[in-house]
Design a protein. Structure first.
Length: 276
């Protein structure tokens, strides 16, 4: 065996070892979480833990029998609302900023991003007081609007950076054909920007789905999200580990479905762009 062939095999072996290590660190916690969700409360507390046991769906039954399913509806509706608002406002705003020129555009871009960089605790109290005076505390719309204050600046900044890379010649060609600015955005720019829009949608959805602090302060009972419910269960004296594990496993499903749907649009957008 020649030296280059031997080096190639060594590099391949190192890659497989590294990849296997990463998979173990990523998948083992999910595997352990899945096992814990199928145990009874007594079996989950045994030391050492049991690997071979009789599976039980008691924890999953509790999710639907105790009203915890409402938390999943709250999280999903808040996340979807946040995605729609972030893109519905962010796309035209980002396109308008990307086509502006001069110092005004740079100043607006800076202040938009600076809102996102503000510490979270600095905006919780103003939002709480505002929603309290509006009578919106413990409502899904309050949490969605609070999330929007953080996701909208980031969405605008990411989309604006992408729109800047789109040649202005496309806008000018569309206008020569009689298209208005909003028609140019919808018919020309959006199809090109579909991969970036899908990526921003994924970022916004995952943030809103996993966000805890704002949801904790703005909800008390009816509109509590999954992270708030899990934190509440973990903080009680009667620690129900199988129930927490079951909720955590179920909470992955909507996020994975949404990411899978968005990933399809990202791949299709990139493929269509490559063909063009």
């Amino acid at each position: 065996m020649s030296a280059p062939q031997r080096n190639a095999k060594i590099l391949t072996a190192i890659r497989w070892v590294f990849l296997s290590s990463v998979l173990v660190f990523v998948l083992f916690p999910l595997f352990w979480l899945g096992l814990a969700s199928l145990k009874t409360r007594a079996a989950a507390l045994k030391v050492p833990p049991e690997i071979i046991f009789v599976p039980s769906v008691e924890a999953y039954e509790k999710i639907f029998s105790s009203g915890l399913a409402n938390a999943f509806f709250n999280s999903f509706s808040i996340a979807i609302t946040n995605v729609v608002l972030s893109l519905g406002i962010g796309v035209p705003a980002a396109y308008a900023l990307a086509r502006m020129r001069g110092a005004l555009q740079e100043n607006i871009s800076f202040w938009i991003l600076s809102i996102r960089l503000a510490p979270l605790f600095s905006i919780i109290l103003p939002l709480y007081v505002m929603f309290q005076q509006m009578g919106l505390l413990d409502t899904r719309i309050a949490v969605a609007m609070a999330h929007l204050t953080l996701t909208l600046p980031l969405s605008v900044w990411l989309l604006m950076t992408y729109f800047r890379a789109v040649p202005v010649d496309l806008d000018e060609a569309a206008m020569l054909d009689g298209a208005k600015p909003w028609q140019t955005l919808i018919m020309v720019i959006l199809p090109i920007a579909r991969p970036m829009i899908a990526s921003v949608a994924v970022i916004v959805f995952i943030f809103s789905w996993n966000e805890f602090m704002l949801a904790f302060f703005l909800t008390s009972r009816d509109s509590q999200t999954v992270p708030v419910i899990v934190a509440g269960l973990a903080g009680t004296m009667s620690f129900d580990w199988p129930l927490i594990a079951a909720i955590s496993m179920c909470s992955m499903v909507p996020a994975l479905v949404f990411v899978g749907f968005a990933q399809k649009h990202i791949v299709e957008g990139l493929a269509s762009g490559a063909v063009k």
